[in-house]
Design a protein around this ligand. Structure first.
Ligand code: ADP
Ligand code: MG
Length: 697
């Protein structure tokens, strides 16, 4: 391994530099136009690119290629083909044609399609996405592709993301024209996805069947110490973790992923990695690679990486902060307020578009983060609640109020912050403090959507953000393009929009009960679980929105919602079955063995006439027996509920039953099991405890 980041960065990527070097200049230019402007690509160019790509890949040790795609499983898929072909004389040849580069045909029958694709017409196609560079991973040339069905229905996450990217670019450009910008042709949504994760010892992980099968602990009494001391957050990184992070960074850098920041998070054993932001498409691909490499490299270091949203009850869960902004090709950020935001009409208009979009489409934002795993995190320790609101900070909120009320804005006097120490500089105070509790916070020049779960692809959240904000911009542009007096109309429009939508702004503490009440008063949605959120997906206005902009057809929405229901049900079914298995085969036998020991000891004490001394042992025995009985009964109930739910033919009904009966019974059982953990001797307990897991690295 080399430590020279200049040498290794992007060394496994067929990026712009490599293309410029390896491709004939006319081919390079055509390809560049394709990448920047989304033009069609002809086969001659594709052949030249394919050949250069293959030669480069073989030089780097690759033998196979794959169309790398993102089916609805949430992870990436690949099927490897070698470059090998055989000539007439029996000699081998390494070949890769433009046709193979552009289009692939994996057998698609086993990927989720939500009923879109009957298995008898299982054909699926992958199509090259030239806007995300090809790269080499494990000696395989990976070509990022989109995935769709025989009849053209979308089966993946990349296609709608690319569609939404073009959409928001088009609508934002219309607004820019109104402000006299005649040159910008492309506006790009940028994304920086901060990734949280846990690292635990691999040997302990293997002893926990719940972690192994479900990614989270289904049992576990709280350790004597949790995160209350705050000593893990930003603390020194332990050597084994530091080694892991070093290798992770190097491998990510080779793939051109801009891994930048790393630190310990709030919970013990929790960490975070943040990349430098890039276009939404590339950031999404890179985040998938990041998650994949985290797991793989952890394994090499004797660790297990947990990406689940809530691996441990009682300490923080893991999220993925999705930082989002729009910029022109020239790199100008459209959400930069400047030093006088009150005079920056263009910024204020874009800001109003976001406020309107978030308020009108709270349901969609909630749905993009709806999974069984994330349901456990939202509203829990240090995670935003399921209510969508925007944090803007006092300065911007005041400016918007003055627009809404037609009053003059007066900036509050903000003096430099004095450090009170001569050697330290006085720092200009930020006008907006941070608000860590908000699900959707404006953080200076970007929005941070914090409801996204750690294990999710960021594709969906960004498909939704791009689409809903494009829709608001489109409504604004329709009106402003017809305006006789632009300046008057733009303020009238913002005033009207804010009157309807500024109730989504909330600068206070999102974790409180008071906010829940206040949100209800404001008419904001509080969709606590996935099952509450999903019915909103196929509402008429959402179908109309997605169809209008050709992001999803009605059939695609129905199928996606079916996949989400199925995922929810399957996840919970696996969890419930794992819980049953652990109760019956691990927890009850251990507790009973220990009870047996206690009762034998009580009996021998009695035989010796020492039964006056066995009070405490007797009490423990009694408590153990009470809890084993209750646990065993709860397991029986859970099993019959599961059987009943299996008999339901609609996944919606099944999901509702899971929410209303199965999850509560699982939690009930867990309570008895966790009571037992505290009563049973350590040497009898069948698996590592929270203390072992959280502090074991
Ligand atoms: P923090 O949230 O801890 O304050 P930063 O402000 O450094 O951290 O940014 C967090 C993430 O946001 C990083 O991935 C960063 O690259 C990304 N980011 C910064 N500016 C933008 C932007 N204009 N658009 C999208 N993402 C951005
Ligand atoms: Mg952040």
């Amino acid at each position: 391994m080399t430590n020279n980041i200049y040498e290794i960065f992007g060394s496994m990527v067929f990026n712009d530099d490599v293309m410029r070097e390896k491709l004939p200049s006319d081919v390079y230019e055509t390809l560049e136009q394709t990448i920047i402007e989304g033009r069609d690509l002809n086969i001659t160019v594709a052949n030249a690119v394919a050949n250069a790509m293959k030669d480069w890949a073989i030089e780097k040790g690759a033998t196979h290629y794959t169309h790398w795609f993102q089916p609805m499983t949430g992870i990436t898929a690949e099927k490897h083909d070698s470059f090998l072909s055989i000539q007439k004389n029996g000699r081998i040849l390494m070949e890769f044609s433009g046709k193979e580069l552009i289009k692939g045909e994996p057998d698609a029958s086993s990927f989720p399609s939500g009923g879109l694709r009957a298995t008898f017409e299982a054909r699926g196609y992958t199509a090259w996405d030239p806007t995300s560079y090809a790269f080499i991973k494990d000696n395989i040339l990976c070509i990022p592709t989109a995935f769709y069905s025989f009849s053209g229905e979308v089966l993946d996450k990349k296609t709608p993301l690319l569609r939404s990217t073009e959409l928001v670019s088009r609508e934002a450009t219309r607004i820019l024209r109104l402000f006299g910008d005649d040159t910008t042709r492309v506006v790009t949504p940028n994304v920086g996805a901060e990734q949280e994760y846990f690292l635990v010892d691999k040997e302990m992980y293997k002893k926990r069947r719940d972690l192994f099968f479900t990614g989270r602990t289904l049992f576990g009494a709280m350790a004597p110490k949790g995160q209350e001391m705050g000593d893990h957050y930003f603390g020194t990184i332990k050597p084994r973790v530091a080694e892991f992070m070093r290798e992770l960074n190097e491998e990510l850098w080779k793939l051109g992923v801009y891994a930048k920041t790393q630190h310990n998070e709030a919970a013990p054993a929790q960490h975070e990695l943040a990349p430098i932001f890039s276009s939404a498409n590339i950031a999404t691909d890179h985040n998938q690679l990041t998650m994949e490499l985290m797991k793989k490299i952890a394994d090499k270091h004797g660790l297990a990486c947990l990406l689940h949203e809530k691996p441990f009850e009682g300490v923080n869960g893991s999220g993925k902060h999705n930082n989002w902004s729009l910029s022109t090709a020239g790199g100008e950020n459209l959400f930069r307020p400047g030093s006088h935001p009150e005079k920056n009409t263009r910024f204020l208009l874009f800001l109003c578009a976001v406020i309107q979009a978030v308020h009108e489409h709270q349901d969609l934002l909630r749905i993009t983060v709806a999974t069984a795993g994330n349901d456990r995190r939202l509203g829990g320790h240090e995670a935003p609640p399921a209510i969508v609101s925007i944090f803007l900070g006092s300065e911007l909120t005041d400016i918007l109020s003055s627009i809404k009320n037609g009053t003059e804005y007066r900036a509050a006097n903000v003096a430099d912050m004095e450090t009170g120490v001569h050697v330290l500089p006085n720092i200009p105070a930020d006008t907006t403090d941070r608000n860590r509790t908000s699900p959707f916070a404006f953080t200076g020049n970007k929005f941070e959507f914090r409801m996204v779960g750690s294990s999710m692809s960021v594709a969906e959240p960004n498909i939704i953000l791009n689409t809903i904000i494009a829709d608001a911009l489109s409504q604004f542009a329709d009106r402003l393009e017809k305006a006789e007096d632009f300046e008057t109309e733009v303020y009238a429009l913002m005033r009207e929009s804010l009157k309807k939508h500024d109730c989504v702004i909330f600068n206070g503490n999102n974790y409180t009960e008071a906010w829940k009440k206040e949100a209800e008063r404001r008419g904001l949605l509080n969709l606590e679980t996935t099952v509450d959120a999903l019915p909103h997906f196929s509402k008429a206005e959402n179908i109309a929105l997605f169809s209008k902009y050709n992001i999803f057809s009605k059939t695609e929405i129905v199928s996606r919602s079916e996949i989400m229901y199925d995922n929810y049900c399957m996840t919970m079914r696996i969890e419930a079955n794992t819980e049953l298995e652990m109760i019956r085969r691990d927890i009850l036998p251990s507790a009973e063995a220990y009870a047996e020991l206690l009762s034998r000891s009580a009996m021998s004490k009695k035989a010796l006439g020492l039964d006056f001394m066995c009070d405490s042992g007797f009490e423990t025995l009694k408590k153990i027996l009470e809890n084993t009985n209750a646990l065993s009964e709860s397991a029986d109930r859970l099993e019959s509920l599961l059987r009943e739910s299996d008999g339901l033919c609609s996944s919606i009904k099944r999901a509702e039953m899971i929410r209303d009966s199965i999850i509560p019974e699982m939690e009930n059982a867990r309570r008895f099991a966790d009571n037992l953990e505290i009563l049973v001797a350590r040497s009898y307990w069948p698996f590592p405890t929270y203390g072992d897991l959280l502090f074991g690295v």
